[in-house]
Design a protein around this ligand. Structure first.
Ligand code: IPM
Ligand code: MG
Length: 373
C-alpha cells in the first residue's frame, strides 16, 4: 500500500515524539511492504517564527492533498503568557480543523493494569475501564464570535451549534457504539439544565437515538460527568459531547491511564483525517528527549487502522503494551529508572521488527537504559 502522509511536528516536544512514530511507521512499511511518503510541513509557533503565519497556505494545501496527517503538538509559553498576542500558534490548529472539516475528535481511554499504580485513583476503580470520547471539534464556543471591548473592560465568546453540526457527530458516535466490541451504550455529556445549545444537543440526540435501538443512551450534566469519570469510570462506553466539554473531560479522563502522554486521538470529518496525541507541547521538556512518545505512536496505530491495516495496527499496539508491561517507559511514568524518548522509540520499533523477543529478559537490555539527567 502506498500512502502520502503529511507530518507536522509542531512545537515543544512535538518534533521528538513524532520522530518516534515515523520510525515505527517506517518499520511497519519495511516489514509489510508498504510505502509511506512523508511531506514535512510547518504549523504553530514554529510556523509563526518562520513565516509569520500559524498555518501557512503550503501546509494547508499539502494536508488537503494527502491521505492522512500526523501531527505532534502546538503551543509556546511566549504566547501563553501574553494574552494580547494577535497571532497565536493554536490558531493554526483550529483553522486546520475547520478547513479540513474535522468535526469529530475521537479519544480512546484505556487503562493498562501495569500502570494502575500511577493513577491517582484506586486500582480497583480502574479495572476494565475502556471508553471513548467523541468530541465535536469544529463548532461551539471555540469558533463563535469573539469580542473584546476597546477599553478592555469586557469580553465575550459566543457558543452556537446548528442541528446539522450535532447530527453528523452524533451519527458517528452511535455507529461506533454499535460495533461488536462495544457495550452499546452512549452517554451524552451536556449542560442542558442551563445552556440552550445543550438543550438542542439533547433534543437532536434523542431523535437520532430512535435510529439506533440497540444502543442505550443516557444523559449526564458535565459537572456530574466530571465527577463520575473519577468515581465510577467503568460505567462509560461511548461518550458524546460538544467541543469545550470534550476538551476538558478528555484531559481529565487521561489521568485514569496514568499519564497524559499515553493517549492518542484521531480527528475525522469530510476531509483528510488527522492523528495526534492528546498531550500538549510540554515546553519544559522540549529537546530533552524525555517526553513520552506513546501517545504519538498510538496515534500512528490509529492511522494504520484507518488505512485498513489492522494487523499492522495491532502489532504496534502489542509493542506498546509490551514496553509498558516490562517497565520500558519514559520519565513521566518512572521518574528515576526511565528510558529516553528516542530509546523507547527504538525499542518499540525493534520489538515490531522482531529484534527483541516478547519474553525479553530485562537484564539483556539494561545497558540501553537511560541515565538520570
Ligand atoms: C486539544 C488542545 C487544543 C484544543 C488546543 C491546543 C487549541 O487542547 O487538542 O485538546 O483546545 O482543542
Ligand atoms: Mg485539550
Amino acid at each position: 500500500m502506498k500512502k502520502n502522509i503529511v507530518v507536522i511536528e509542531g512545537d515543544g516536544i512535538g518534533p521528538e515524539v513524532t520522530k518516534q512514530s515515523v520510525k515505527i511507521l517506517d518499520e511497519i512499511a519495511e516489514l509489510f511492504d508498504h510505502e509511506f511518503i512523508y511531506s514535512y510541513q510547518l504549523m504553530g509557533a514554529d510556523a509563526i517564527d518562520k513565516t509569520g503565519n500559524p498555518l501557512p497556505d503550503k501546509t494547508l494545501e499539502a494536508c488537503k492533498n494527502s491521505d492522512a496527517v500526523l501531527f505532534g503538538a502546538i503551543g509556546h509559553p511566549k504566547y501563553d503568557n501574553d494574552p494580547t498576542a494577535k497571532v497565536r500558534p493554536e490558531q493554526g490548529l483550529l483553522r486546520l480543523r475547520k478547513e479540513l472539516q474535522l468535526f469529530g475528535n475521537i479519544r480512546p481511554i484505556i487503562t493498562y493494569p501495569a500502570l494502575a499504580h500511577l493513577s491517582p485513583l484506586k486500582a480497583s476503580r480502574l479495572e476494565n475501564v475502556d471508553f471513548i470520547i467523541f468530541r465535536e471539534l469544529t463548532g461551539g464556543i471555540y469558533f463563535g464570535k469573539k469580542y473584546l471591548a476597546e477599553d478592555g473592560s469586557y469580553a465575550s465568546d459566543d457558543c452556537g451549534y446548528s442541528r446539522s453540526e450535532i447530527e453528523r457527530i452524533a451519527h458517528l458516535a452511535f455507529h461506533f457504539a454499535q460495533k461488536p466490541e462495544r457495550r452499546k451504550k452512549l452517554t451524552l455529556v451536556d449542560k442542558a439544565n442551563v445552556l440552550e445549545t445543550s438543550r438542542l444537543w439533547r433534543k437532536v440526540v434523542q431523535e437520532i437515538a430512535l435510529q439506533y435501538p440497540d444502543v442505550a443512551v443516557d444523559y449526564m450534566f458535565v459537572d456530574n460527568a466530571a465527577m463520575q469519570i473519577i468515581i465510577n469510570p467503568v460505567q462509560f462506553d461511548v461518550v458524546l459531547t460538544e467541543n469545550m466539554f470534550g476538551d476538558i473531560i478528555s484531559d481529565e479522563a487521561s489521568v485514569l491511564t496514568g499519564s497524559l502522554g499515553l493517549l492518542p486521538s484521531a480527528s475525522v470529518g469530510t476531509g483528510t483525517v488527522l492523528f495526534e496525541p492528546i498531550h500538549g507541547s510540554y515546553p519544559q521538556a522540549a529537546g530533552k528527549d524525555i517526553a513520552n512518545p506513546v501517545g504519538s505512536i498510538l496515534s500512528a496505530a490509529m492511522m494504520l487502522e484507518y488505512f485498513g491495516l489492522t494487523t499492522e495496527a495491532s502489532l504496534v499496539r502489542e509493542a506498546v503494551s509490551w514496553s509498558l508491561t516490562n517497565g520500558f517507559v519514559t520519565k513521566d511514568i518512572e521518574p528515576v529508572n526511565f528510558y529516553f524518548t528516542s530509546t523507547l522509540g527504538e525499542m518499540i520499533s525493534d520489538y515490531i521488527s522482531g529484534k527483541i523477543p516478547g519474553s525479553v529478559k530485562r537484564e539483556n537490555i539494561e545497558l540501553r537504559k537511560s541515565t538520570i539527567i
